[in-house]
Design a protein around this ligand. Structure first.
Ligand SMILES: Cc1ncc(C[n+]2csc(CCOP(=O)(O)OP(=O)(O)O)c2C)c(N)n1
Ligand code: SF4
Length: 253
């Protein structure tokens, strides 16, 4: 007897097993996203945009209309699609290099304009597809191909606090959260709320997902999970940061 693997309905089964490395967090983020799309019943309305970087390996992941863009350019491409077709649900899927470095101007300006799209950014603390160079999110002291002695914050600054930045520059109606693949149920909840925010036409929605990259971290399964659960949250606080109709986390009054 063969057992059918459980997959979200919106996934393209013909392209599975997927192309990510064993232990990669991308597949988990995309599982939470697939379940969120299923539960909201929006598969036939979704346009999925994926960036260059390991996120491009998702170009055939879903049974939804998909566009694959240049590095850092997913946000403006998806913004254009949304402006031309306000009824579709537009998702921009990118890595931390794509969103916080080469595409940071697009993320900042789309957020500042409160574009009615949903951006999902996978934070794995490095430029993964190109072999593990330092990214804006690399932790202090973390060794990468381009910081072989560890990230020196005097020279290279502190990790980018992406959701906190987006929350600060968006106006009313924006939804901003940081989840983690260590808590998939919570991550799915945030992704669903981000999509619902777009469906309601409220404003920009942004979810950063803390994720794993054992290939470039050069970690075994136990070390990978320990880095995700113990080290990353020291710099990246998991939770909702901005919810329409609610005061921002940490706001006075
Ligand atoms: C305009 C441009 N500059 C540089 C590159 C080379 N490049 C491809 S993937 C990548 C890094 C991707 O890192 P990130 O966005 O963090 O995604 P990850 O692979 O970690 O998921 C770079 C620098 C490119 N493809 N295009
Ligand atoms: S290099 Fe890292 S981010 Fe890319 S597929 Fe492999 S584990 Fe995932």
């Amino acid at each position: 007897m063969s057992v059918e693997p459980q997959m979200p309905k919106s996934w393209n089964r013909e392209t599975k097993p997927h192309k990510f490395c064993p232990g990669c967090g991308h597949g988990l983020v995309l599982k939470a996203l697939g379940e969120a799309i299923d539960e909201l019943g929006i598969q036939d309305k979704v346009v999925f945009g994926c960036d260059i970087g390991c996120s491009l390996l998702a170009w055939d992941f879903f049974n939804v209309d998909t566009v694959q863009t240049h590095h850092g350019r997913t946000t403006p491409v998806v913004t254009g699609i949304k402006r031309a077709n306000p009824d579709v649900i537009c998702i921009a899927y990118m890595g931390d290099g794509g969103g916080y470095a080469i595409g940071s101007q697009h993320l900042v300006n789309a957020a500042a304009r409160n574009e009615r799209i949903t951006a999902i950014l996978v934070n794995n603390t490095n430029y993964a597809m190109t072999g593990g160079q330092m990214a804006p999110t690399t932790l202090p002291g973390q060794k990468t191909e381009t910081s072989p002695y560890g990230r020196d914050v005097e020279l290279m600054g502190y990790p980018t606090q992406g959701p906190e930045m987006v929350a600060a520059i968006t106006r009313e109606g924006a939804y901003v959260a940081r989840g983690t693949v260590a808590n998939l149920r919570q991550l799915k909840k945030y992704l669903k709320k981000a999509l619902e925010n777009q469906m309601a036409g409220n404003g920009f929605s942004f979810v950063e997902a803390l994720s794993t990259c054992p290939t470039n971290w050069r970690t075994n399964a136990k070390e990978t999970w320990a880095f995700l659960e113990n080290e990353m949250p020291k710099y990246f606080k998991v939770g909702e940061i901005k919810v329409p109709g609610q005061k921002e986390a940490g706001q006075d009054g």
